[in-house]
Design a binder for this molecule. Structure first.
Ligand SMILES: Cc1cc2nc3c(=O)[nH]c(=O)nc-3n(C[C@H](O)[C@H](O)[C@H](O)COP(=O)(O)O)c2cc1C
Ligand code: SF4
Length: 450
């Protein structure tokens, strides 16, 4: 990665320009897209959520989308997913909204039904509900093809969940229409095998999402932001490609009921692009959708550098830039970028260890480089009551972080390393093909130690 100090001073003309998105205006163009945290307790938003989202808001981000929140009991029986179908979620969300608003960011809830895709334990769970009797990808369980009354029940559940989020004071809701989940199962010819009014030709396959949009609007009114997260390309045989989505998106936005479209990658693509992928590989999908809709369009995918984000906006390829893991790795990224402190940013390296990797073990997320992610209160760096002389032996990543934190707490720190350079095993790991970013934390700590 090029060090920011090697580049000319960047003027962020676009990144810090406010934008109106439906009923609210964001202070800048940086968005943290939805990501499941597994912080929910008993299906309800927790203190951990509050601290996590408040730290992003404090770090200067414009917009935070929550995480996939279940709209119906068939969407989640797992306690680590927020049960938005329960009124009990309203009160904890009120506290969260107030903490986020205190720091000037906006908060939008993602409404989700997984359909045939279900993670977590299946024992004791309700049957999977989908448009058709298709196999679930995690547990190979065949989904129940919903009867029309059940389809209507789910549509109503989206509306009811949106109403709860409005009551809780959130700034909007986003429909989870990608990554192979229920809305996309209905939309795609790959998964929708119905022969009734909800399946068959494209108009019928779009009926479910259009009725969900109507139900949400009926529940929240016109002065509340409603967005759609969608695939620019499913990247799956028999699925919807970019040309299909360019035909479909105007049909979904035509009625003026959607306030933004957030374009990501379908389940067949690199939903969470790893280290070996280049920066911003999927911006072309957002740019393609932006050509055909007249609402703000979000782009996403391994955008970790504010300079890259600025360039996307300057080229008019998108209106909002997601820096999701980038912000997980350094919640202060927006403030640092705005103040021109680019070298101080701790860059996400796309290792997918602390975030995505932990979800696979049904553990709450954190970040391999930012241990305080998701533990903001417990790991808050406070001045030490007794100042000591601290000797840290070994300048691998753990030693470097220990030295950094001890110094910030006011101790007098010496860091010892037998090699000539810092980084320990990171230096070895970075030599493998596609793994150069393993050396990025070394740059970060060297700068911190100056
Ligand atoms: C731990 C984790 C959980 C995620 N969960 C969701 C989710 O609940 N809903 C969603 O739309 N996307 C989810 N995503 C995808 C992110 O919103 C985003 O598209 C992805 O991380 C790529 O963006 P980035 O490179 O800026 O991180 C998740 C990503 C991660 C890392
Ligand atoms: S764990 Fe790795 S991929 Fe995830 S946010 Fe941290 S640095 Fe990025």
């Amino acid at each position: 990665m090029t060090s920011a100090s090697e580049r000319p001073q960047v003027q962020f003309k676009h990144l810090f320009t406010p934008l109106k998105i439906g009923a609210f205006t964001v202070r800048n163009r940086i968005v943290s897209t939805a990501h499941l945290t597994a912080f929910a307790e008993g299906g309800l938003p927790s203190e951990r959520h509050l601290n996590y989202w408040a730290s992003k808001a404090k770090g200067g981000i414009g917009l935070i989308i929550t995480e996939d929140q279940a709209v119906h009991p068939t969407a989640a029986t797992d306690p680590f997913v927020i049960h938005t179908y329960k009124d009990a979620c309203i009160e904890p969300f009120r506290r969260i909204v107030s903490a986020v608003h205190e720091h000037g960011a906006k908060l939008v809830a993602q409404l989700w039904h997984p359909g045939s895709i279900f993670y977590g334990a299946r024992e004791g769970s309700l049957p999977l509900w989908s448009c058709s009797a298709i196999p679930g990808s995690f547990h190979a369980e065949t989904a129940h093809a919903m009867e029309v009354e059940e389809v209507k029940e789910i549509i109503q559940a989206f509306g009811d969940s949106a109403r709860r989020m409005r009551e809780a004071g959130l700034d909007g809701v986003e429909l989870m229409g990608t990554h192979g989940f229920l809305i996309e199962q209905f939309m795609s010819p790959r998964t929708n095998e119905r022969g009734d009014e909800y399946g068959g030709d494209e108009e019928k396959r779009l009926r479910f999402i259009l009725e969900v949009i109507d139900a949400v609007r009926a529940a929240v009114g016109s002065d509340f932001t409603l967005g759609l997260r969608t695939s620019g390309d499913q990247f799956q045989g028999g699925g919807l490609g970019l040309q299909d989505m360019k035909r479909i998106m105007p049909k979904l936005t035509a009625a003026g009921k959607l306030d933004y479209v957030s374009v990501t990658v379908g389940a067949g693509g690199a939903i969470i692009p790893p280290m070996y992928m280049p920066a911003a590989p999927f911006v072309y999908l957002a740019a393609g959708i932006k050509e055909v809709v007249d609402v703000p369009v979000f782009c996403v995918g391994r955008i970790t550098d504010p300079v890259v984000a600025e360039d996307i906006l300057a080229k008019n390829q998108a209106d909002m830039v997601a820096m999701t893991r980038a912000n997980l790795c350094d919640p202060e990224l927006p403030n640092k970028a705005r103040e021109g402190r680019l070298d101080e940013i701790r860059r996400c390296i796309g290792c997918n260890e602390g975030c995505w990797g932990r979800l696979y073990e049904i553990l709450p997320i954190t970040c391999a480089l930012n241990p305080s992610a998701g533990r903001e209160k417990e790991m808050e760096i406070t001045p030490a009551s007794v100042k000591k002389t601290v000797m840290v032996i070994g300048a691998g990543i753990a030693g470097m972080e220990a030295a950094r934190v001890a110094a910030l707490r006011g101790h007098s720190v010496s860091l010892y390393e037998k090699d000539e350079q810092l980084g320990g095993q990171l230096q070895i790991a970075a030599k493998a093909p596609g793994r150069q970013d393993m050396a990025e934390p070394v740059r970060y700590y060297e700068y911190q130690f100056k």
